[in-house]
Design a protein around this ligand. Sequence first.
Ligand code: NDP
Length: 280
Amino acid sequence: MKTVLITGASTGIGEACALWLQDKGYRVFAGVRKDSDAESLREKSKGRLTPVLLDVVDEVSIREAAQFILTQTPQLDGLVNNAGIAVAGPLEFLPLEELRRVLEVNVIGQVAVTQAFLPLLRPAKGRVVLMSSISGRVAAPMMGPYAASKFALEAIGDALRRELKPWAIEVSILEPGNIQTPIWSKGVAWGEELKARLSPEATRFYGRAIEGILNYIRGQEGRGLHPDEVARVVEQALSATRPKTRYLIGRDAKAGALLARFLPDQWVDRFIAGRRFGQQ
Ligand code: NDP
C-alpha cells in the first residue's frame, strides 16, 4: 500500500486530497492543527486515514509529526505540501508582519516539511507535490503578498526538482485557478480586518481597490471547481510514470498562464486593470 502525507488537510483541497487518496487505496497521513479537525477527519474517513498534528511553521510540531510517522511506516511514497493561507492588500501599506506571515506559511513551511520528510521519501523514490496557484504566474493587484509566496514556491519547486533528480524523487508543482474552498471566505474576513487597520491615508489611496478585490472574492464564493478536481490531479502527480513538472488546473488557470507567457507585461496590466479588481 502506498503511503502519503498531506499538509493542511482540515478543509478544502487538503481534505479532498486526503479522502480521495484514501479511497484510491493509499495509506494517508493527514496533517491538521487541531484535535477537533483530527476527529472530524477520522469520522469522515470512517477511521481509515491517520490524522497527524502538524503545524508547518512550528519546528517542534514538524519533528514530532516525522517521528510519529516513522513509527507507522519506514518510508513515504508521497508528500503533498498543500497547507497555505491567503494574504492580500496594497503593498505600500501592508503591515510587514503580514508579508512575513504568508511567506512563513506558504514558503518556509513547505521547505521545512520537505526537509523533515525527505529521509522517508528517499528510500521509496517518493514524490513531492507543491500546491502553488495561478498566482504563482500572474501577480494581480492587491494580491502581491499571496502571489509573492506562490512565485517563491515555484522557484523552490524548480530547484528542488533539479536537486532531487539523482534520487529519482519527482517534484510536481500544481497551479489551480479558482477552487471552491473556505480560503475565499477566510480571505474576505481577513480583508475586512485589514481595512479596519488601515490609516485614513491608505484608505484614501486604496479604499476603492480593496473594496474591488473584496467584491471580486465575494463573487468567487460558490464558484470555481470542486476540490476533488485538484485531488484527481494530485493522484496523477503521485502515480503517473512520468509526472509533469507543472499541472495547471481549471480553465481560468490555463487562460492566466497563456496571458502571462505570451503577452507583453503592459498588455497584461491593461487586461487586469479595472476589469476585475476595480482599481483606482
Ligand atoms: P483552505 O483554507 O480550505 O485550507 C488551507 C489549509 O491550510 C487548512 O487545512 C489550514 O489549516 C492549513 N494551514 C494554514 N496554516 C497552516 C499552518 N501553519 N500549518 C499547517 N496547516 C496550515 O484553503 P484551500 O484548500 O483553498 O488551500 C489549500 C492550498 O491550495 C493553499 O496552498 C492555497 O494557496 C492553494 N490554492 C487554493 C486555491 C483556491 O481557489 N482555493 C487556488 C490555488 C491554490 P487550519 O484549518 O488549521 O487553519
